[in-house]
Design a protein around this ligand. Sequence first.
Ligand code: ADP
Length: 607
Amino acid sequence: MNIATMTARTIPVIIPSLKEKHSGTPVRLSQEAKDAHARLSSNRTLPASQARKRPVRLPPDVSLEKFETAVKELRTEIGDDNVEVNDKPLVDGWYLEHPNTHDAFHIADQEELVSSATVYPGSTEEVQATVRWANKFGIPIYPISIGRNLGYGGAAPRMPGAIVVDLGKRMHQVINIDAENASCVVEPGVTYFKLYEEIQNRNLPLWIDTPDLGGGSVLGNAIDRGVGYTPYGDHFANHCGMELVLPDGELLRTGMGAMPGPDGSDNPTWQSFQHAFGPAIDGIFSQSNFGIVTKMGFHLMPETGHQSYCFTFPRDDDFEHIVDLIRPLAQKRILGNIPQLRHAIQELAVTGGRKKDFHDGAGPMTREEIRTAASKLPLGDCSWVFYGTQYGPPEAIVAQLELIKGEFGKIPGSKFFLPANLPPDHYIHDRASVCSGVPVLRELDWLNWVPNGAHLFFSPIAPTRGKDARTIHELIVAAHQRHGFDLFPTLCVAGREIHYITNIIYDRADPEAKNRAIRLMREMIDECAARGFGEYRTHLLFADQVAGTYNWNNSAFMRFNETIKDVLDPNGILAPGRNGIWPKRFRGKGWELKVDDIDLTTIGPRS
Ligand code: ADP
């Protein structure tokens, strides 16, 4: 059968294991993965792939002839099998078999955010060779580690036709685990699944810190400043030392790694102290396009006792009060981790159910529908759910929980649940895993909400203050209503700030829904910025707009970034446009996408 004519239902379920593929699934999760795949594919109407409408998307300003010459030379450098031209039908796949050719959740046309080719370097030297080659031909390259940054652009390059440098396929070693120092050094292709398995195999009393889904790259997620949920949940803050290739091919080590160890060995404190001497430069390599990270160190948490729990709150209007109660508990570090405050609608979504099971017709679910559906679920009729975890010896946990119960008990009708009080398939058990460093897959079930489910994250930061939280929440609620989307808010609440993360779920076969999602994003970015709330991270196509909101003092911040970019990358080859940073070569030439760019069916220079 031709792949282009296969329907989702006929795709054989081959979910590679970690033994077979660096990005594969651990054996312990293989049945769960199959079940998740079955649910998703039964809710899919799109074919696995379709014939390409256009030929290979060439890099900007590069003729087909020059492209072919360049690819030939790259093949000579890196190996024939390690360079693939992106000319076959695009396959969106799904989380566990994600593409490295385009954005699997294409909010633009599927063929717009695409690479021209993919290269698979097998060593730092080959990364350097790739960078030098890109400079020679003036071809933009875009590094990914695993490429599962779904909701923020996945594996897609911001500039169509760039060459994706897929680091993970051949560079996926756990280079070191230091049990005494409780740290590790990993290559780009090490997933949370893999690091976890490696620690288990070595029987070490260490935890990893994983995001909600465990298939991402430990290094890639930290570079993008992702978060997890143990006390080590700020991934970039818990990194310690990087090795990276600069846009001119130079190799650099940060932190204590800048000092050689004895007899040519790595510096013995490279994974012990982050900042070393002189300017702390690590930060400029996160969410930027200033270097390609080939190794990165991380602190690991020594395993400890833990107890997950949740509270429910009955009224939507309890929201402000809940936030004000969390603030002192978090500032005093009584709360053990960064807890999540979620809306009751998420209890419906994580069952793997579909929206049509709870709601007739178009438009968002009504409050009454959510209440009716939630009341049939284990947590019962409620509006907000707080998921937390406490750490330490049992007596410490008991004492902490008493304090926390005392505070949340101030909200009339609040209820407290332990995992033992809830059925085995309830989401709390997956939270307990994530919050004790065990990577899982459960959050995939959200995507069943609509057919051909895809999602975009909207992720602003707000102060942990009830009235500010209320302001941003009301703004986001109104925008979702206006554009007919259900609102799925997950608030990661720290002592001073909230990562207010909303997941806009749309049918990627429905151009009208995509267009509404784009409008929703554009409006929320602007309306939040007008009140001083900025995004901490965004999808590639919204990066220019978000970057444009950080414009204090005549955009001094962006001008600083551009100065660095132009010095490090004068030929503008490394990830042009990532996080809104355009090199001189492309800056102001129509590539930037601004608030008025609602039609994203084509991506390229605009007049
Ligand atoms: P994950 O699979 O963990 O979500 P990705 O590999 O998709 O992570 O990386 C997220 C983003 O971070 C990528 O789109 C890319 O822009 C950037 N990135 C990833 N790996 C590197 C790296 N090794 N060096 C520089 N930037 C990187």
